[in-house]
Each structure stands twice: as structure tokens, then as C-alpha cells.
Design a protein around this ligand. Structure first.
Ligand code: SAM
Length: 246
């Protein structure tokens, strides 16, 4: 899905932003343990890729778990997502005293992020929106360059499995691991990338990370169709990885 399409969707979207439940769960149950191991005093700097209309840390339970000040930079390439994130944050700020949040309109493919070094980079469901293998490689390279020495990269992304199936208007193109969606004119548009877990693992290692945690929760599924609420066993699985810059 292109930048323009994301932008159109965000421009029209009137629903309230709610941080991804699945990412919050991953953070609370696993990622937090890794952050607690960082001995360095002072604030923690966090980069959130593909933040959309807000940051994950607007989940109260999640931000309250951390006693340190969190310096959060949310980036997204959609103008409307970032406008809405900024205006929402202006009203939310008083409720989150330990968060210092900034949002920027930025493409992850445009080099290391904001010339800063982060303790943690979280991919906020962006990786599966990168449809081209070269773009995926470039994004991982930029993530690595944005991290401090020993910094952590957290990824939650869709992966394929044997029982994965799709119904109209979605079609899976196995040779490129692409989920296609038929638009109103009948044209098939690449919508998401759903590689095998092995393929993601290989890309992460090739990009210069060591993998410290790798799991595919057996019952967890990602619903690729934003109009559906209930997940199906035939939906893509969800891969969760915590890795470290080597
Ligand atoms: C599936 S949405 C997730 C949004 C948000 N994290 C959430 O959970 O609601 C993926 C987000 O990544 C953004 N995105 C996709 N490709 C991007 C790129 N190359 N650079 C920056 N943002 C990108 C989209 O605009 C979109 O907001």
C-alpha cells in the first residue's frame, strides 16, 4: 500500500486511535525485561517506526510500567497520521508525565533516523507494509544505524504458515510473499508482505543483528482486513522478535 493510500485513509479516519493491543502485550510481557537490563542512568530514547496516529506508549498501563523518563520519537510517512498524532498528543500530554513525545513525518527508507542514537527501536507494524525486498533490507540497515551500541530492535510482523488462506478481495502471491488486494476497478494492488518466518530471520541476521528472542505465539493471528474484527485460524501468524545490534 502506497504513501498516498495511507494518507487518504488517515485523512478520512474519524475513529479514535487505540495503540495496538498485540504490540502493547509484547512490550509488557517481554520487551520491558530487556529494557530493564539497560544499566545506563537517565532517560531512555525510543524510536517508533510507523507510529500512525499516535504512540504505543499512550497505553497507560504500558507507560506506567517505566519509572524512567521516556524520550519517544514517532515517525510515519503519512502527513495526516502525523498531523493527527501531534494534535492528539497536545491534549494527552498532561496524563503522561514520564513521556516526552515528538512526531515527525519521515520515510524509514530515508537514511538513519534523525541523527540520534536510540536505546530501542520498535517497528509498529511497518515492516509488513514494505513490499519490496530491497526496501526491507534498506529499512533494517537504517534501523541498525539509528541504534546505540548494543541497542535493541523489536519487531512484530505478519508471517505465513501452511494453513494460511485468503478470501476475495485478497489474494496471496506465494513467489513474492505478497498479499494483493483487488481495488474497485478490479486491479490487484500489493497490500502487505507476508514472508515465511525463516525468511524474516535470515533478513534480520544479514542486517547485522543477533536474535535474542524469537516466537510465534500459536494462537495469535494478524487480521489483514481492517474491516474484520474476529481473527480466523487461516489468517497470517504473528512473529515477535527482539534483536540486538551486533
Ligand atoms: C499497519 S500501519 C500501523 C499504524 C500504527 N502503528 C497502529 O498500530 O495503528 C503501518 C504504518 O506504517 C506507515 N508506513 C508504511 N511504510 C512507511 C515508510 N516507508 N516510512 C514511514 N512510515 C511508513 C504507514 O503510514 C502506517 O501508518
Amino acid at each position: 500500500m502506497s504513501q498516498e493510500l495511507f494518507d487518504q485513509v488517515y485523512k478520512k479516519d474519524k475513529t479514535e486511535f487505540i495503540p495496538s493491543e498485540s504490540l502493547c502485550d509484547f512490550y509488557k510481557t517481554k520487551v520491558k525485561t530487556w529494557l530493564d537490563r539497560i544499566q545506563e542512568r537517565g532517560p531512555l530514547s525510543i524510536l517508533e517506526l510507523g507510529c500512525g496516529r499516535g504512540t504505543l506508549f499512550e497505553n497507560t498501563a504500558l507507560s506506567e510500567m517505566e519509572e524512567r523518563l521516556l524520550l519517544i520519537t514517532g515517525i510515519d510517512y503519512s502527513f495526516w497520521a502525523i498531523e493527527k498524532a501531534k494534535s492528539r498528543w497536545r491534549t494527552m500530554r498532561p496524563d503522561f508525565p514520564n513521556l516526552n513525545v515528538q512526531f515527525f513525518m519521515k520515510n524509514v527508507l530515508d537514511g538513519p533516523q534523525l541523527e540520534k542514537s536510540y536505546h530501542l527501536v520498535v517497528d509498529s507494524h511497518l515492516y509488513h507494509c514494505l513490499l519490496d525486498k530491497n526496501d526491507q533490507r534498506k529499512a533494517l540497515k537504517n534501523v541498525r544505524a539509528s541504534l546505540k551500541k548494543d541497542g535493541i530492535f523489536v519487531l512484530e510482523t505478519m508471517v505465513s504458515h501452511e494453513g494460511m488462506r485468503f478470501q476475495d478481495p485478497f489474494f496471496y502471491e506465494k513467489k513474492n510473499s505478497l498479499l494483493l488486494k483487488e481495488d474497485k476497478w478490479g486491479a490487484l494492488i500489493a497490500f502487505r508482505s507476508i514472508p515465511s518466518p525463516l525468511e524474516v530471520e535470515r533478513s534480520i541476521l544479514e542486517a547485522g543483528f543477533s536474535i535474542e528472542y524469537f516466537t510465534i505465539p500459536p494462537l495469535l493471528r494478524v487480521i489483514p482486513d481492517e474491516k474484520r474484527r474476529e481473527s480466523l485460524d487461516t489468517d497470517p501468524q504473528c512473529l515477535r522478535i527482539i534483536c540486538r545490534k551486533t
